[in-house]
Each structure stands twice: as structure tokens, then as C-alpha cells.
Design a protein around this ligand. Structure first.
Ligand SMILES: Cc1ncc(COP(=O)(O)O)c(C=O)c1O
Length: 429
């Protein structure tokens, strides 16, 4: 029964404009054949403008730190990108720091906190991406701190608040927790986790990996006052080659690798490509443009929030159709031979990711069969370090991960469901 779709899907006109802004939205870049790209959790559709701006700026040889007009322009581009990263995080204080990848961001920040903040244990969850989990473990082992790991909930696909808070005490140095899972799509209740954890230890340092969630929902440092949060522009409609983090004032003041003589809280280390900052501004411009179709607000954060809200509503509708189908086609929940894993009913607590398996078909073979039908999905298997721990925690052998994006149309989800039915029929015994 579809409840959400008519009020929450983008109109056809708006969706057409949205799609024009993205590259390779339904075309294979090599063969130029029509395709469905449903692996956005591995790297999302790219905004053409983010890449164009990046390329234009990267052609300019000038160094930003000069008194020439072009240099001043590049400095402005960088400053605007940093301010726009603040818009994404809703960060009114603290610092923005850029790294080569989101993994480097979380490794570096985890290390600085672990090495400089008192406490004999570090708490994390079994759902973390290896970048956060291994960083927490690496520094716990190095510094002789106890490493505590909260377990997942196989019903929600997430981690319950109490599972985390029961591991926190006065001696906790750091809590490192993921915002949403890149395997189950489950969104953790970060607001409550922060509140409850700080009831136990009011000055607890908290780091949040928002790489999966940031492109699908609103993140807000004012509501979740943590010490660090990161995202990856290439999973957020932008370009590959940078990871961006917010740090609270106190986290920024810890002894990071930094150049002496720069302002307190300035964590920029070396000459970043101005194009990366421009591409962040393009992401924010784009989301604000979506927001402006629904709101007369002028404030950039308000428009950004409205845009992200609309993105998440459209995606929730697509998720509902993927699971329950339409009058034309059966949803994944109703195709005999398909198992939907971690299929929590409350879709407001899930990003647009679905994990399935198909009877009599191993995961890699399933991905190949989808590719033969011009559909790109991804297999999460226990032989990969990026999946093993999380899958084992859910007692799953693997899954086919399906991750469309807000620029997908209902008919594309229907086409995917028809192809799934075909694959199931072909492999039935
Ligand atoms: C949830 C999550 N966190 C962190 C990362 C790390 O991002 P990167 O590989 O760009 O450093 C990823 C990448 O897949 C991710 O999905």
C-alpha cells in the first residue's frame, strides 16, 4: 500500500531539471548504452557543474596566497567553500578541515582525540566503516585503552541507543559512531545518543561518520553538538579527492598536525586544490536550488535544509516503491525468491539502500546478471574488509546492495523490479 508517494515525490518537471544537472544519469560512460546506476552508496551521480567548476579552477596556475587579482579570487573561492561546508553541517562555531579522503579525516581526528584526551576506554559500534572502526581500534591498541564495541540490532539494521550508552562511563575517552549504515541504510538516532551519552559523561568527546547519511538527510551540529563529523563530496554529488570534517572548538584546539603561526583552529595543511572548495559550493547551490522550489526563505541554511528534506522525502517514496511495488510491478518484499534483509518498517529511519539476496544465486553472480541487464548494483560479501564485520553482526553471508539516488524516477525503480523478477525466474529451480 503506497501512502507517501503522491505528496512526497518530486514533480515530473522538477525531476527533469534535476536530472539534467547530473552526468551519466542513465548512460554507461563506456558503451553509451542505457543503464540503471544503483550504486550511489559507493560514489554518487556527479553534478556536472561541480566537475566543471573543479576543472576550470584547476587549470589556473596562480597560488591563492598572493596579492594578485586571480589569487584573491581563488582565496575567495576557498573561503566560500569552507563557509558552504558550514552550511552543510550547520556549524556556527568550530573549524572545517579538509583531507584527501573521508577515511583520513576520521583516522586523523580519532588519533588526536585518543592521544590527548584522558580516559581509559574508547567506545564504537560494530556497524562502523573500517575507517572509523580501525582508527578507534588502532589508537586503543597503541595507547593501551580498552576497546568497547556496541552490537547491532538485526531488526532495525542499526545500533540501539542503550547498546552504546551502556558501554560509556566516566573513563570513556571517545565515542565514535556512524550516522547511517552503508550496508543496511539504517539511520542511527544520533541526537538521542549524544544526549544520553553526555548524561553519563558531560564532556565526552564524540566523533560521527556522516559519509553515508549526509547526501540523504539533514545533518545539524546545533542539534547534535559533537566534536567531529565528516562527509565525502564524491558520495554527495561532488568530486572525488577530498574528505571534509567539522571539528568543535575544543577538538580543533587539540595538538593536530598544523603549521605554527596560522590562526588557532586553522587546520588547513598545505595547498588544497581550490576546485574542491568550489565543488562543495556547487553541492550547496544545488541543494538550495531544490529548496527554493518549495520555500521562499533566503537564508542559505534554511534553503539547504528544505532541499535536503525534499531529497529525503523523494528517496523515501522510491524506497517504498522498491519494497512494495506499484500497480504495474511487484515490490522486492513480494517477489518469491527474493529476501529483503534488515527490512525495518519505519522508512523514516532508513536511507535509500536495500540489501537483498536471490535464491540459488550467489552475490557476485547476481551482480553480473544485473550488469548483463545494464543495471549496476554491488555485492557486499564477507570476504571484503568493507563488509565482513557488519554482515557477521547481522548473521548474514552477504547481500546485493541497491542504492539509487533522489534523481531517480519511479519508472526506473519499476524497471529495476521487472529485471529482478526476470533474474529470479531465470534462476528458479
Ligand atoms: C559510511 C562510510 N564512512 C566512511 C567511508 C570512507 O570514505 P573514503 O573511502 O572516501 O575515505 C565510506 C566509504 O565507503 C563510507 O561508506
Amino acid at each position: 500500500m503506497i501512502k507517501l508517494t503522491s505528496e512526497t515525490l518530486f514533480s515530473n518537471e522538477l525531476l527533469k531539471e534535476i536530472r539534467e544537472r547530473f552526468a551519466y544519469i542513465d548512460i554507461d560512460p563506456l558503451t553509451q548504452k542505457k543503464r540503471l546506476f544503483f550504486d550511489n552508496a559507493g560514489g554518487s551521480f556527479r553534478l556536472k557543474s561541480a566537475n566543471e567548476k573543479f576543472a576550470q579552477l584547476d587549470l589556473i596556475p596562480n597560488c591563492p596566497m598572493r596579492d594578485h587579482e586571480v589569487s584573491k579570487y581563488l582565496t575567495k573561492v576557498e573561503q566560500k567553500g569552507l563557509n558552504d561546508a558550514r552550511v552543510i553541517f550547520n556549524a556556527k562555531n568550530g573549524s572545517i578541515a579538509t583531507y584527501y579522503t573521508a577515511s583520513q579525516a576520521i583516522f586523523g581526528i580519532t588519533g588526536v582525540i585518543a592521544e590527548n584526551v584522558e580516559g581509559t576506554n574508547i567506545v564504537t559500534t560494530t556497524l562502523e566503516h573500517p575507517s572509523a572502526f580501525d582508527a578507534a581500534k588502532f589508537y586503543a591498541d597503541k595507547l593501551g585503552k580498552e576497546f568497547r564495541v556496541a552490537q547491532t540490532n538485526p531488526v532495525t539494521g542499526g545500533v540501539d541507543v542503550e547498546e552504546i550508552t551502556k558501554l560509556i562511563d566516566d573513563n570513556t575517552c571517545l565515542l565514535s559512531v556512524i550516522y547511517a549504515s552503508n550496508i543496511s541504510g539504517a539511520i542511527l538516532d544520533i541526537e538521542t545518543i549524544v544526549k544520553e551519552a553526555r548524561k553519563i559523561k558531560p564532556d565526552l568527546y564524540i566523533v560521527v561518520d556522516a559519509v553515508q547519511h549526509a547526501p540523504h538527510g539533514i545533518i545539524d551540529i546545533e542539534k547534535t553538538p559533537v566534536d567531529a563529523m565528516n562527509f565525502a563530496p564524491y558520495k554527495f554529488f561532488g568530486v572525488r579527492g577530498s574528505g571534509i570534517a567539522y571539528l568543535s572548538d575544543r577538538a580543533a584546539k587539540l595538538p593536530h598536525h598544523r603549521l605554527f603561526g596560522t590562526d588557532d583552529g586553522n587546520l588547513q595543511l598545505g595547498s588544497s586544490a581550490p576546485g574542491h572548495f568550489a565543488s562543495v559550493s556547487e553541492i550547496v547551490d544545488y541543494v538550495c536550488w531544490i529548496g527554493s522550489n518549495f520555500s521562499n526563505e533566503e537564508d542559505r541554511r534554511s534553503l539547504f535544509e528544505e532541499g535536503m528534506k525534499r531529497i529525503s522525502l523523494h528517496e523515501r517514496s522510491l524506497l517504498e516503491i522498491m519494497l512494495d511495488g506499484t500497480d504495474k510491478v511487484k515490490g522486492l518484499r513480494n517477489i518469491p525468491g527474493v529476501t529483503v534483509h534488515l527490512d525495518y518498517d519505519d522508512l523514516s529511519k532508513r536511507d535509500l539502500i536495500v540489501a537483498i539476496s536471490i535464491d540459488h544465486l550467489d552475490f557476485q553472480e547476481a551482480v553480473s546478471q544485473y550488469e548483463a541487464e545494464n543495471v549496476i548494483v554491488y555485492d557486499r560479501v564477507a570476504s571484503s574488509i568493507y563488509s565482513k564485520r557488519m554482515l557477521e553482526s547481522f548473521r548474514m553471508e552477504g547481500a546485493i546492495r541497491i542504492s539509487p539516488l533522489h534523481c531517480n524516477r519511479v519508472d526506473e525503480i519499476e524497471e529495476f523490479l521487472e529485471i529482478t523478477q526476470k533474474i529470479v525466474d531465470r534462476n528458479a529451480k
